[in-house]
Design a protein around this ligand. Structure first.
Ligand SMILES: [Zn+2]
Length: 544
């Protein structure tokens, strides 16, 4: 509006926004107009008080207030948390801190031996000594004159373990390779016990160092490792099994007796809690928490190492001559069922350095064929004939005619034994059926017995149940005469009579044949006689 040059921006704002609360809390339209008028009168120079009075509360200030309150709350919460942690949770964190500074080191124990019946070891544990070197420990001790001390130490160690000092020095300065770490370099493996004790003595006696000098052999450590050895070579690998390192570094048996008797053989590993200053740096103090290791027991088997060796050689010859995929042999003592020998071919020498690679490429090497299922064929005939004699369906002098062929129901059976010439009348008595291995007569006797009596009889020879031998992975046979799962037709019964349509393991067959040599009494085979600590009464015995 012309004529009102003094109208300020504040006035116009006041005019547009009359609802700004005044000091009394009521809208101050009049007051604003009045003040505006006065300002006009004074030439519009005194506007400052008007601006201050009309300014809204600064939003920043309000935000600051909120933040202050928030900070205060946070500070109170943190203080409360701090007080809580320092008082109520103090013990918990003290224990946690102590545990973090402790490292549990395992104390290895001796694995028990597997012995034959004459206490000849079939599997034993040998101590192997290794000389290792910790460069950091040496450097800490010999901070001054480090290189000269290294050469001096290499010369001393070389003379103790029969190694060129230059090679010792090179190993001390080498980068860590496989099986090594920066703080554990391998200087020499397979030290003799004399070399190991020479190094230990020289370190303890500070040989080669002056009275005021630090130890020249600082950082050198003789480690004792347990190595499993199998003195019988490849002959017993399947029955003994092997060992490997478990996830926590413990020795674990795989297959054979190493597996079956693993708990007994391994004993229990000890442990020791060591204190650390910081990660990886030990103070050398023990914390008092320690469990002593318990050595494993020796397992005494029924095996005779010399019989095992002979059996292995004979089977080796058989493998060379006939080149089968595999072969197995069992020697049983029929009087008590003791397994004197059990060999499977092919095998592998477990003490050999390349044994793990060979087994990985061909798992068949570790397969115990004495406990696998086969269709036995003609070797079952003595069992059929003996059952027929026992039941009385044939007399010992009775002639069972062969005629080269026989059809029990639908499928004809041929006789390979009498293919060229038929037996003359009166010749095919039970004894000759077994001697000549006559399929037809054995089939006829099985049919005379019938499915039920034949199956029950074969069961009494123990063919369809576990022998309970102390080895893992035993298979159990089956037959077509089985009352639940077998077809049991006349043809099936006839075939089972001469060993077809039935599966058994060689071990089951060996035990069944031992019945003939033991006056008709069946002994379940056993391979473990007892276990316990050497020189003490056995902790457990397995009776016949
Ligand atoms: Zn015949």
């Amino acid at each position: 509006m012309p004529g009102r040059p003094g109208r300020s921006r504040s006035e116009s704002e006041a005019g547009r926004k009359p609802a700004i609360p005044g000091p009394s809390g009521q809208p101050t339209r009049h007051a604003a107009l009045h003040r505006g008028g006065r300002n006009l009168a004074s030439g519009g120079y005194a506007q400052q008080p008007t601006v201050r009075a009309r300014r809204r509360p600064d939003p920043l200030t309000r935000r600051q207030q909120h933040l202050s309150v928030l900070a205060l709350v946070l500070a109170i919460a943190l203080t409360a948390r701090f007080v809580y942690l320092k008082t109520a949770r103090c013990e918990h964190f003290r224990v946690l801190s102590r545990d973090l500074r402790r490292v549990r080191t395992l104390i290895a124990t001796r694995r028990g031996e597997i012995l034959d019946r004459n206490n000849v070891p079939l599997a034993k544990t040998c101590d192997e000594f290794q000389l290792r070197f910790d460069p950091a420990a040496f450097e800490q001790t010999w901070a001054n004159n480090h290189s000269a001390a290294q050469r001096k130490a290499a010369a001393l160690v070389g003379s103790l373990i029969g190694m060129e000092p230059a090679r010792v020095l090179a190993s001390m300065r080498a980068e860590p390779g496989p099986g090594e770490t920066r703080r554990s370099l391998l200087i020499k493996s397979r030290l003799t016990p004399e070399e190991a004790s020479a190094v230990e003595y020289a370190k303890a006696a500070k040989v080669g160092t002056g009275r005021r000098e630090p130890n020249l052999l600082e950082g050198f450590v003789v480690l004792t490792q347990h190595r499993r050895e199998y003195p019988n070579g490849a002959s017993s690998c399947q029955i003994l099994g092997r060992v490997t390192l478990g996830p926590r570094g413990q020795v674990r048996g795989i297959g054979g007796l190493e597996d079956w008797a693993d708990t007994v053989l391994s004993g229990s590993v000890g442990w020791n809690n060591m204190e650390m200053k910081k990660a990886g740096v030990f103070t050398g103090r023990e914390t008092g928490y320690r469990a002593e290791p318990v050595p494993g027991m020796d397992v005494r088997t029924t095996i005779d190492a010399s019989i095992q060796q002979i059996l292995s050689e004979e089977l080796g010859r058989c493998m060379q001559e006939h080149t089968p995929l595999g072969a197995t042999g069992i020697v049983l003592d029929p009087r008590n069922g003791d397994v004197l020998g059990m060999v499977s071919k092919p095998g592998v020498d477990l003490s050999g350095p390349d044994a793990p690679a060979l087994i990985a490429s061909n798992p068949e090497l570790m397969r115990n064929r004495a406990m696998m299922l086969y269709e036995p064929g003609s070797v079952l005939k003595p069992l059929t004939v003996s059952l027929a004699l026992e039941v009385g369906v044939v007399k010992p002098t009775e002639d069972v005619p062969c005629q080269h062929g026989y059809t029990p129901q639908a499928r004809p059976i041929r006789c390979e034994a009498h293919r060229s010439s038929l037996p003359s009348p009166g010749q095919n008595v039970p004894r000759m059926i077994v001697a000549k291995s006559c399929n037809v007569a054995a089939a006829k006797l099985a049919v005379r017995l019938g499915a039920t009596r034949l199956h029950e009889g074969l069961s009494r020879f123990g063919l369809f149940e576990r022998t309970a031998i102390q080895l893992p992975g035993e298979a159990v046979g089956w037959s077509l005469t089985d009352p639940v799962r077998g077809r049991r037709s006349r043809d099936d019964v006839a075939r089972v009579g001469f060993g077809q349509g039935i599966t058994v393991t060689p071990l089951h067959l060996a035990a069944a044949f031992a019945v003939f040599a033991n006056g008709g009494i069946l002994h379940h085979p056993r391979i473990v006689r007892s276990y316990g600590y050497p020189g003490r009464p056995p902790a457990k015995e397995y009776y016949v």
